[in-house]
Design a protein around this ligand. Sequence first.
Ligand SMILES: [Fe+2]
Ligand SMILES: [Fe+2]
Length: 170
Amino acid sequence: MLNSKIEVICNRQVEREGYSSNLYLAMASWAESVGLNGIAAWMYIQADEERTHMLKFVKYINERGGKAIVPAFTKPPADFKSVEEVFKEVLKHEEFVTESINEIVSLTLELKDFNTNNFLQWFVNEQVEEEASAKQILDKIHLLGKNNMYELDRDIVSLRNQASKAIITP
Ligand SMILES: [Fe+2]
Ligand SMILES: [Fe+2]
């Protein structure tokens, strides 16, 4: 049976992963509306990934005898100043999610909930990948100059998962 404190904090994470999905969907829609179809494609994939993160928590909570609650989500922004601003926002958001996952990990250690701790290790690794990927794209934006988005838009989908490979095989 899931400790009620763990159930509450895992439900908080259901909301955060779901919000992440909607945030990236909003970014996809913005990018598509300004003709950045590659960046939109990257964001649509990212939004789907975040939805699977939310589902992992929903299913885990229920599997352990708790009850996952589907929450209302805060409306994400609809407009963004530039691609650089978008990816700065992605990095900031993923750093927030990393902190949030780490808080749950700390609580599992405090309460000696080793099952949830084990479940969370996938997310601990995933957050390393997410932060590295956002940083890599920001580096590319700075290399290209932030007003030259044609090449990034063309190539961005092929950058997916490259940052994490670089971490595993230096
Ligand atoms: Fe996530
Ligand atoms: Fe990911």
